[in-house]
Design a protein around this ligand. Structure first.
Ligand code: SF4
Length: 239
């Protein structure tokens, strides 16, 4: 496992905050986005991620946690703009996750995991949460979002393509009012009536540094939705 920390990101979605990238062996093999719609598998982020995976950039875990300890004391940061929690594939390495949580020292952080909530993984996530390192579970559809929420975890969900504002290259190809009109009848709640809020960075120029909702785990059970990315969008099961 290899780690990279960019002190001030140029990622237009996150805004200028510190951002960590983790080598791709941290990604769960069960992730349906792997090779099929993961936003990190395209463009400049893919090039950066590949360099971290090949150890051409970045550092070992111990050095990474030292750098995390030195981040601004109350500043927001993003763990995992590409890659997942420590641990190969579907597993979480509990010792490393706890070490990371300790290094974080309660800083506000945006973290998602696509690793499955097995008993061992949930145990590690709950220990980390008790230390102030709160992770959002990524669900692949609305029913799974309910399932994960029933575990008492903060949840985000992949949404079908219809929820995405149309783009052409890097430009919007749909006005915001046309987008709102087109999507107003799409479901905005899970089968168990939990509210879905579409990530504003996916349809406006808002950035995580301004929005911060994914670092807030007291968000009244709101599930943040991300319209599917990538070139093989239709392979994602969304129902
Ligand atoms: S919902 Fe907000 S904090 Fe979460 S990814 Fe989108 S912009 Fe960032």
């Amino acid at each position: 496992m290899h780690f990279h920390l960019t002190e001030v990101s140029t990622n237009t979605k996150t805004g200028p905050i510190p951002v960590a990238t983790i080598s791709n062996e941290s990604c769960p093999t069960s992730c349906p986005l792997l090779g099929a719609g993961c936003y990190a598998e395209h463009g400049p982020l893919r090039i950066h991620w590949d360099a971290v995976t090949k150890r051409q950039k970045g550092m070992e875990f111990e050095e990474f946690t030292k750098r995390v300890r030195k981040l601004p004391r109350h500043g927001l940061w993003r763990y995992g703009q590409a890659g997942d929690l420590p641990g190969k594939g579907d597993t979480i390495d509990p010792e490393q996750l706890i070490e990371l949580a300790r290094a974080n020292q309660n800083r506000p952080v945006i973290v998602f995991t696509h690793k499955p909530p097995t008993e061992n993984n949930l145990g590690a996530l709950r220990e980390a949460a008790a230390l102030g390192f709160m992770v959002n579970l990524s669900a692949d559809n609305m029913a799974e979002a309910d399932e994960f929420s029933d575990l008492g975890e903060s949840v985000v969900v992949v949404l079908p393509l219809e929820y995405a504002r149309k783009t052409r290259g890097k430009e919007w190809d749909e006005t915001i009012s046309a987008y709102r009109e087109r999507t107003k009848s799409l479901p905005k709640a899970t089968p168990k009536h939990r509210r879905i809020a579409v990530c504003p960075a996916t349809y406006t120029d808002t950035r995580c540094s301004e929005c911060r909702i994914c670092s807030n785990h007291q968000r009244n059970g709101v599930i943040v939705g991300f319209p599917v990315h990538g070139t093989k969008k239709l392979r994602i099961k969304t129902g």
